[in-house]
Write a protein that binds this ligand. Structure first.
Ligand SMILES: Nc1ncnc2c1ncn2[C@@H]1O[C@H](COP(=O)(O)OP(=O)(O)OP(=O)(O)O)[C@@H](O)[C@H]1O
Ligand SMILES: [Mg+2]
Length: 261
């Protein structure tokens, strides 16, 4: 056992396939693009599932023909975009009511997030699919579990390391995104992870010089991290998974994630 009760043998477990979708921030389109990636890979004949390790912000759904329980928008979107049968609890092992930083949402409920549970949850899904699309939580360095005493926190970056999936970075195109993208890419590399590629998402339709921002990032992320651009997603009124998939560069995604189809 290591800090946070993580089992040492996890390192020897079979490698996961798919990707870990990180964002330059919260609200930049990780869910929209994870759903698009699921749709794209599903279209290519792969068995795909989404995984949201922690969701903060849920409403209670009463029994109405289907089982009641907490409902979270990200979980619903990923459930709809995948093609493997799985329960909401399998897709997302930790759901909290409050829409705030996850470790604080857990604290409000007198609960703690258990890192091993999040790692096991992803591993549990893998035998049923060819690719798992893990949506991160907020940006890349978000605390999830608080260490007792003077120890450090365990967060989304540690989860990405434990899952050892290639990273796909969603850059929400708005003023400031170049700095956010380069800092996030640096943090990903510093943790020894592979940044497989990045996706530009036009969350701000009025952004000045959007094309030049994309050019700048394309050059910087390619030269510093060998990370190609995998697609530019236009601002879409209701960005459904199929429309997003249409705007991704399918061969580049397959190559970046080292999948067979
Ligand atoms: N290309 C787009 N065009 C228009 N709206 C978009 C686009 N991408 C994302 N959005 C909208 O922006 C909002 C945030 O997107 P999304 O929920 O995918 O972000 P997120 O990074 O997953 O957020 P969180 O950190 O809460 O998980 C949503 O309302 C979504 O519909
Ligand atoms: Mg989301």
């Amino acid at each position: 056992m290591t800090a946070f009760g993580l089992r040492e043998e996890a390192a020897a477990a079979p490698a996961l396939r798919g990707c870990f979708v990180a964002g330059t921030d919260t609200g930049v389109g990780k869910t929209v693009i994870s759903a698009g990636l699921l749709h794209l890979l599903g279209r290519r004949g792969l068995r795909v599932a989404g995984y949201k390790p922690v969701a903060a912000g849920a409403v209670w759904h009463a029994e109405t023909g289907e089982p009641g329980g907490w409902r979270n928008d990200d979980v619903e979107a990923l459930l709809a975009a995948g093609n493997v049968e799985l329960t909401r609890a399998e897709l997302c092992p930790e759901v909290f009511e409050a829409a705030c930083a996850p470790h604080l949402a857990a604290r409000l409920e007198g609960r703690r997030i258990e890192p091993q549970r999040l790692i096991d949850g992803a591993r549990h899904l893998m035998p049923r699919c060819d690719a798992l699309v893990v949506e991160g939580v907020g940006g890349f360095c978000v605390p999830l579990a608080e260490a007792a005493g003077a120890g450090g926190d365990w967060g989304t970056d540690d989860l990405a390391v434990a899952l050892a999936l290639p990273l796909v970075l969603v850059v929400g195109l708005r003023l400031g995104c170049i700095n956010h993208a380069l800092l996030t890419a640096q943090a990903i590399s510093a943790r020894g992870l592979r940044l497989a590629g990045w996706i530009a998402n036009r969350i701000d339709p009025d952004m000045a010089c959007a094309a030049d921002n994309i050019d700048t990032l394309t050059r910087a992320l390619q030269s510093r991290h060998a990370a190609p651009l995998l697609g530019v997603i236009a601002h879409i009124e209701s960005p459904d998974a199929g429309l997003v998939a249409d705007q991704l560069d399918a061969p580049a995604v397959i190559a970046a994630l080292q999948l067979r189809r």
